[in-house]
Design a binder for this molecule. Structure first.
Ligand code: L34
Length: 293
């Protein structure tokens, strides 16, 4: 039976810490931190995530603003909006929620974000700094996982870590963070993906498995070793007419069976997702406090 890595509880604690920090700045007469989100279209999951991010801002005393653009927005119009946000001095950071509609070049959009406001840590400048162990913004999901491991005192030094999935927002940066110097870090990392031959051969030997695939119930107990730490980044809406919302949320992990074999496990929901949101606040706080240096 595994211990649960409770993302709700930990994210609440982190939010409380941030709130106290904000209060101190505001009491000294400074304006509060301000985060903006750009949302294109009406993808159900994106709307939920962004709404929650806005709610989080209010919970910790940040200002927030939401720029909603229709699915049909042109790349040029979106770039114009980003330019405005880049130049707005009342704003510490902003995010462009992904995915974007297919007619928009995601790379071009990310490149247009001013690195000092890129609280998602997606711009190549921040990504490069992360890889080189320089200070910058870390992408929120991998950052959240690092903090989750740290605060639960899960050792990573010298451990064998297998990351499944090489996406730019989770798998790839996760593999880099775990291989960096430090604790958490100093792990021996294998980054696996769709072309990996015999994935199980790797996952079975891993001390820590981090899945970011988006394939419900993919990781079975037979694929891990006894006592492994399992971090589930997958969050897929699976249609289910018997549920009130018409779907349920499924992780990449076959939870009931993996729970029995792992030493630690993140639930879905209530694991990595809330941590992602807390780390966005943390990055915004960092963007804000940098101004006082
Ligand atoms: N630009 N796009 C940008 N930045 C990000 O950091 C994200 N991501 C991913 C999608 N696109 C993005 C998120 O915010 C995924 N993601 C995210 C954020 C929060 C949650 C899940 C994914 C989350 O709060 N999950 C809850 C359940 C929420 C629900 O009811 O759907 C959980 O407990 O896992």
């Amino acid at each position: 039976m595994a211990n649960i890595l409770d993302g709700i509880k930990l994210s609440k604690q982190i939010k409380q810490e941030i709130k106290e920090e904000v209060t101190e700045y505001v009491q000294k007469g400074h304006r509060p931190p301000h985060l903006s989100a750009l949302l294109v279209g009406e993808n159900g999951a994106s709307v939920t995530y962004v709404d929650n991010k806005i709610k989080d801002c209010h919970a910790v005393g940040f200002r927030s603003s939401l720029v909603k653009l229709p699915e049909t927005v042109t790349e040029e119009e979106l770039l114009q909006e980003i330019k405005k946000l880049n130049e707005d001095d009342s704003l510490d950071g902003f995010i462009v929620q992904l995915p974007l509609p297919r007619h928009i070049d995601q790379e071009k959009i990310i490149m247009a974000i001013k690195p000092s406001k890129d609280v998602d840590g997606f711009h190549p400048e921040n990504f490069g700094k992360m890889a080189l162990e320089m200070e910058g913004f870390l992408p929120a999901t991998p950052f959240g996982i690092m903090i989750m491991l740290e605060r639960n005192h899960i050792p990573t030094q010298g451990k064998d870590v297998v990351v499944i999935g090489r996406s730019r927002i989770v798998g790839r940066p996760m593999s880099i963070l775990m291989s960096r110097k430090g604790e958490p870090g100093d792990a021996t990392v294998t980054l696996t993906h769709s072309r990996t031959k015999d994935l199980e051969e790797y996952t079975k030997k891993a001390d820590i498995v981090i899945t970011a695939l988006g394939v419900p119930h993919f990781l079975k107990a037979s694929m891990i070793k006894e006592g492994a730490v399992v971090v589930d980044v997958g969050i897929t809406r699976v249609e289910d007419p018997t549920r009130e919302r018409g779907f349920y949320l499924a992780g990449d992990v076959d939870y009931p069976e993996v729970f029995e074999k792992a030493s630690w496990i993140t639930p879905v929901p209530g694991g990595v997702g809330p941590m992602t949101r807390a780390m966005l606040l943390k990055n915004t706080m960092l963007a804000y406090t940098r101004k006082f240096l």
